[in-house]
Design a protein. Sequence first.
Length: 269
Amino acid sequence: MSRLYIGTSGFSYDDWVGPVYPPDLPKSDWLNYYAEELGFNACELNFSFYRIPGARTLDQLAQKVPGGFHFTLKATRIFTHDRNATDKDWDAFRRAVSPLQLEDKFGCVLIQFPYSFHNTPENQAYLRTFREHWSDLPLVVEFRNRKWINEEVFDLLRQLDMGFCSVDQPRFHNLVPPVAVVTGSIGYVRFHGRNYKKWWTHEEAWERYDYEYSEEELMEWVPKIQHMQEQTQAMYLFANNHYQGKAVKTAQMLKTLLGQSPAEGGHPS
């Protein structure tokens, strides 16, 4: 069974003050509190979607968490949404993760494509670009369009040694269904919430992720996750229903359902 890494998608949210972080806790201490007090052993960094992170920034984050903690990074939008990155951009992102690798606190890069990224021969070829530029990085791909969900695509990911990101989200017919597929050494599941009403129509981005999971809903994933663990070297679970700290409750519930104490960080002694 591979090791479980459980956490949330991001940790730096102002609306977590009160529901998650004590009001008098300095913002500079949020990450340490997240790891030590909440007991999470992983965090998915989303700020890297908006800009290529700096190596110094990632090194500073690494110093705030204990050994055994892993970060995963979302690929910057110039690689996934705009798809206009230069060789310099590819190299800059690759160099930025080096401090995390040196500290043994790097999980993988999450390559999240938009719904408009369709399953075409051209886009399949574009997937190979990531492996060409980041040949030595562990990579996981999240599709948003259901047309990518077939054995041909899974075989392609296996050829490229890329993990497939499973998702829990509203069950619209055109979105990716809750399939649990392993295509590489890493298993990865993101819990986006099931807010059907606000998924497509909302004024603020957070409204889409304003959802509180029930234990019964998360239990649907327990046998799937355990089966994925049998086929992988590392298993990452991230709650993305972040509004007002609901992701923290979801992640802690997942830990309990999978046999960990909610406060257990899983850090090696």
